[in-house]
Design a protein. Structure first.
Length: 343
């Protein structure tokens, strides 16, 4: 056993894939999740892949008493990976205070609990959204953090600052913020994957739900951008590659290989892919023709962004290697599995 790790938001999309990789790497995983945006059946998926059902607390991190209960029951906790947060960009514009309260209160409660219980390592789920629309591409970790496009984005910026300042005040503790680009795909076993509630906001679940007949057509939000084919460009990486980065980040902290007590890494493939190219990749990977049409731009969309992941490649020894076609294929396998479960 490598140690005990609390994974907040561990039944969510990235959290569940990370729980699998942690268990596979020999960590004991304890999940805290209030199931606001995830399903308890994810625990079965994790067990089907790893043979282990992680300990689970259906608790809200905004309730610091509940957090005390977890630490009281679990004894020594070596590290925390903090995923739990509201994450819908559009919703955050409509409900800013809910986003600020939930995402920041939960983080501050965790940081306080870490100190009380002498947990020394934290990995934080951040986002490339902190860069806003960068002036130069690809973005490195030293690219300026610009105005975020949404309250959600500001919660990630503020979360990073809160962690940085807290770590600066606590010599015995250390943290890493991981800035994800666009995670897609599902576990190759199709036991876990993305489970959007209601109409998906993100591109790939919208593609797979359209292809399977749950949605009539995919709307491409704008082909009048200053990009080669006019559609927006993102850096899509497979969720299993992303999950593995958390394991190496954690080992870096626990092994004392970190170069500062607060570090930041971009996690992406380092390759920009347009919306139209992503649609083509889905067709190539699955042979399924997708019904889509072009509509107007979506408010708040960044035109183009992709990562320079060389710092993570070098320092973490991590590289995203799963292609977008493979990612689309696993997302499609997962969508089919969901359909079969329902019917
Ligand atoms: N898109 C469509 N049609 C859709 C959905 C998306 O054309 O139905 C386009 C978007 O306009 C965008 C691209 O597909 O150009 C990717 O959109 P996503 O919603 O999948 O991803 P975003 O890049 O907008 O947002 C993601 C995460 C956020 C995070 C952000 C960081 O969902 O949590 O990356 O930039 F903040």
């Amino acid at each position: 056993m490598n140690g005990k790790v609390i994974v907040t938001g561990g039944t969510g999309y990235i959290g569940s894939h990370t729980a699998v990789e942690l268990i596979t790497a020999g960590f004991e995983v304890v999940i805290i999740d209030n199931l606001y945006n995830s399903d308890i059946s994810v625990l079965d998926g994790i067990r089907s892949i790893t043979g282990v059902t992680p300990k689970f607390y259906d608790y809200d991190l905004c309730d610091s008493q509940k957090l005390e209960e977890v630490f009281g029951a679990e004894g020594k906790v070596d590290a925390i990976i903090h995923f739990a947060a509201y994450k819908a960009v559009g919703e955050s514009v409509r409900k800013p205070l809910e986003y600020y309260r939930n995402n920041l209160t939960s983080l501050m409660n965790l940081l306080e609990a870490m100190e009380r219980h002498n947990t020394t390592a934290l990995v934080f789920s951040s986002s490339c959204t902190v860069y806003g629309q960068p002036d130069t591409l690809p973005v490195t970790e030293s690219s300026p953090v610009k105005d975020a496009a949404s309250p959600y984005g500001y919660t990630k910026q503020a979360g990073e600052v809160i962690i940085r300042d807290t770590m600066a005040s606590r010599p015995g503790q250390k943290a890493i913020s991981l800035r994800y680009f666009n995670p897609i795909g599902a576990h190759p076993t199709a036991f876990i994957g993305e489970l959007p509630r209601g109409v998906p906001e993100n591109l790939v679940p919208y593609i797979t739900q359209t292809a399977i007949g749950l949605r009539e057509e995919l709307k491409v939000f704008g082909t009048d951008y200053d990009t080669p084919d006019g559609s927006c460009i993102r850096d899509y990486l497979h969720v299993v590659d992303l999950a593995k980065a958390h394991v190496v980040a954690l080992k870096r902290l626990l092994g004392g290989e970190n170069k500062a007590n607060y570090e930041v890494f971009n996690l992406g493939m380092g390759k920009g892919v347009s919306v139209l190219e992503a649609i083509a990749a889905f067709g190539k990977a699955t042979g399924v023709r997708l019904n889509y049409s072009v509509t107007g731009r979506r408010a708040g969309d960044i035109e183009k962004i992709w990562a320079d992941p060389s710092l993570a490649n070098r320092e973490l020894g991590w590289k995203a290697g799963i292609s977008i076609e493979e990612a689309m294929e696993t997302a499609w396998r997962w969508e089919n599995k969901l359909k079969n479960k329902k019917s």
